[in-house]
Design a protein around this ligand. Structure first.
Ligand SMILES: [Zn+2]
Length: 301
């Protein structure tokens, strides 16, 4: 389900590094990353030799290294929607070695999905999207765990489900779900990476006001659900399939950045991509000091 309208936990790591004895482990590490990965990292991660080989191009990155890969392995990420955005998002998170990925969706694969929802295939039409997506992710990387949730995220289950993960990414296709995800993520203090696409455009941002005193929540950007019909859906207005691929891949990149603590977060900024113009733009997203949702965080009213 692609989304249409715009729009680490550093203390919550379940990861507990432990030394893994074995000459083979250390020697492979040294041959892959002779300089970038400090010895302390070699002694505190828990990656098998096949994992080191699988993720060698990640481990070579100085900003990531074996420590970052270990963080990905320990992480739990929830993907809301297994559609246009959720497909590339899920596949790249799986390929990247995010250890546990939850996916929630209540739809079944349809023929009209296949123009953009690349986790699914013609022979899986009629299958639950979460099952089809799990097959696709496990075909890429059988080392990770996929947790499927059949149904819709609503007020009754959102907080408990999101709190079971370190981070949530929203690829849903309607404002009602978007607001439920955003409110629940704020309530249980989980970072939200949210993307949206429509026609030839996409938008992306990260919301983590529990970590950033100046960072906005989703309702700082969009205070209330737009009236029904105010923003057309992809089913009404159309969507170029590859646009969902770009935004879903950008979303996966931001998730990995948040999990590894790399680079500059998109918190407080909105990235906009206009495909027809071939142009990326980033605009500042200030926190609304009077926001009723996040205004009470950090002792500010
Ligand atoms: Zn807010």
């Amino acid at each position: 389900m692609e989304s249409c309208p715009p729009e680490n936990s550093t203390s919550a790591w379940s990861w507990r590094g432990r030394a893994r004895p074995g000459i083979g482990f250390v020697s492979i590490m040294l041959s892959l990353c002779p300089i970038a990965v400090p010895m302390i990292s070699i002694m505190t991660i828990d990656l098998t030799e096949p994992e080191i080989h699988r993720y060698s191009r990640h481990i070579l990155l100085p900003e990531m290294g074996a420590t970052g890969q270990g963080r990905l392995k320990a992480a739990r990420v929830l993907v809301v929607g297994a559609g246009g955005l959720g497909s590339p998002l899920l596949l790249y998170l799986a390929a990247a070695g995010v250890g546990t990925i939850g996916v929630i969706d209540d739809d079944r694969v349809e023929l009209s999905n296949l123009q953009r929802q690349i986790a699914h295939s013609t022979d899986r039409i009629g299958m639950l999207k979460v099952d089809s997506a799990r097959q696709a992710a496990e075909a890429i990387n059988p080392e990770i765990r996929i947790e499927t949730h059949v149904g819709r995220l609503d007020e009754s289950n959102a907080a408990s489900l999101i709190s079971a993960y370190d981070l949530v990414c929203d690829g849903s296709d309607n404002f009602q779900t978007r607001f439920i995800v955003a409110d629940a993520a704020l309530h249980v203090r989980r970072t939200l990476v949210s993307a949206a696409v429509l026609r030839f455009e996409g938008q992306l941002s990260t919301f983590r006001p529990h970590l950033d005193p100046e960072g906005p929540c989703y309702r700082c950007l969009t205070p209330e659900i737009p009236p029904r019909g105010a923003v057309p859906s992809c089913a009404e207005a159309g969507i170029l399939g590859a646009v969902t691929g770009v935004l879903g891949s950008l979303q996966a990149t931001e998730v990995i950045k948040e999990l590894c603590g790399m680079g500059e977060s998109l918190s407080g900024r909105l990235l906009i991509w206009e495909a027809l113009a071939g142009r990326f733009r980033t605009i500042r997203l200030p926190r609304d000091p009077h926001c009723p949702s996040c205004g009470g965080l950090h002792g500010r009213g």
